[in-house]
Design a protein around this ligand. Structure first.
Ligand code: FAD
Length: 375
């Protein structure tokens, strides 16, 4: 689309998580008139870390916000999978780490730092907190949103970045989150409590293949005096309560075959500070867009966390959506082009993530997705 047409576009992004905040940045940078409507009164995130993959890092460089991200991250070279006792099964460099003569290391980041960094780069007035979308009407060539505070407005494009329980998706789908009979217990701890295991900036997964129990050990060495560790215990569990309440004793029993140093870390955890969440994802969605409404991030393709690609896919969606508006001649063409570029690779990630890890997959590669997707 011509720059003058893009300048006249009024875009509402519903949801100010990673997908929505990145969309706010990318769409404002191509000149659109964009607002990001977030239901919460303030931006917030749970205490846990994630790895920003090389493709996300490249996007942040393109958007000119890499400096802000770099300040709150550590560069990582590889992902290592070990057995429960700490013997290395697979160690592999992050795919696409070096490209075009430049290194784009995966960056380890605390989730709260990530959302703060993104939001700090949004132009003044783009983020509208305390705006919960209550009702969305697709008018064909526009869409109207009614917010819980009584405000109602019609936009040329509504971007649904409102997460796994997306209201926007409800326009055409009655898909609900699928509970996957697993729990994640997550905490960020001081490096001094790491039993000497915090040695570098690389992600480690300790896997008990026979039971599917695992610990993701994600270093955040740039945080605090001693560095910090994002410690994520993921175990199969029949309880599908969204926010389960499992005791430390039960978890220690489940992990009894793990390396004693890992068990000592669990023993020292302040259990009141541990975030407990049931693992859920979405079935692959047929429809991602109409002529005026489009889904990005978890709203379109929530996936399990085993490949660490949910947030990464969310930000890449946002970058691709902005590119498609520039490339296509009309809004409907741009939204269809976005779906055609993103749906297939991301649905492949959804499928692979559902397979979780087992002895065979972990023995083959740390990145089972790398043959199928180019990031
Ligand atoms: C245990 C666990 C570990 C994970 N680990 C990783 C990892 O290592 N790497 C990785 O890449 N991903 C990981 N993920 C996945 C990642 O967290 C998600 O994919 C990511 O948060 C999706 O971002 P999003 O912006 O699409 O959705 P969300 O983060 O869910 O954001 C949606 C936003 O929309 C807002 N909202 C919702 N409804 C409305 C409404 N009606 N009106 C206005 N606002 C609304 C919400 O308040 C929220 O701020 C993990 C997930 C889990 C559960």
């Amino acid at each position: 689309m011509q720059a003058s047409d893009i300048k006249n576009l009024n875009i509402a992004v519903i949801g100010g998580g990673y997908a929505g905040a990145t969309a706010g940045l990318a769409l404002s940078q191509i000149g659109a008139n964009v607002k990001v409507y977030e239901q919460a009164p303030a931006s917030g995130e749970v205490g846990a870390g994630i790895g920003l993959r090389p493709a996300s890092v490249k996007l942040f460089k393109k958007l000119g916000i890499f400096d802000a991200i770099e300040k709150v991250t550590s560069p990582s070279d590889y992902f290592e999978i070990l057995d429960a006792k700490g013997n290395v099964i697979t160690r592999e460099e992050w795919p696409h780490l070096s490209e075009g003569g430049e290194k784009h290391n995966t960056r380890m980041i605390h989730r709260r730092d990530f959302i703060d960094a993104l939001v700090s780069q949004l132009p003044e007035g783009v983020l509208q907190l305390g705006h919960r979308a209550e009702e969305i009407t697709d008018n064909g060539d526009s869409a109207t949103v009614r917010f819980s505070n009584g405000v109602e407005e019609t936009f040329d494009i509504v971007v649904g970045a409102d997460g796994i329980k997306s209201k926007v998706r409800g326009l055409w789908s009655d898909s609900q989150p699928v509970m996957q009979r697993a729990h994640a217990y997550r905490a960020v701890i001081d490096g001094s409590l790491g039993e000497g295991l915090l040695v570098d900036d690389n992600l480690r997964l300790y896997l008990e293949a026979e039971t599917g129990r695992m610990i993701y050990f994600l270093p955040l060495r740039h945080r605090g005096e001693n560095g910090q560790i994002s410690f994520d215990i993921t175990v199969p569990h029949d309880d599908t309560t969204w926010n389960p309440n499992v005791s430390k004793e039960e978890v220690l029993e489940m992990l009894k075959n793990f390396d004693e140093r890992l068990l000592r870390i669990v023993e020292k955890l302040d259990w009141d500070e541990v975030n407990q969440r049931a693992a859920a994802d979405l079935d692959p969605q047929d429809k991602w867009n109409s002529d005026a409404v489009v889904l990005i991030g978890d709203a379109a393709h929530a996936m399990l966390h085993h490949q660490g690609q949910g947030a990464n896919s969310a930000v890449i969606d946002a970058g691709v959506l902005a590119d498609c508006l520039v490339e296509a001649d009309t809004v409907p063409e741009a939204l269809a082009l976005y779906t055609s570029q993103r749906k297939e690779p991301v649905q492949e990630l959804q499928r692979i993530s559902r397979e979780s890890w087992n002895a065979e997959s972990a023995g083959k590669t740390a990145f089972p997705e790398k043959e199928k997707i180019n990031y």
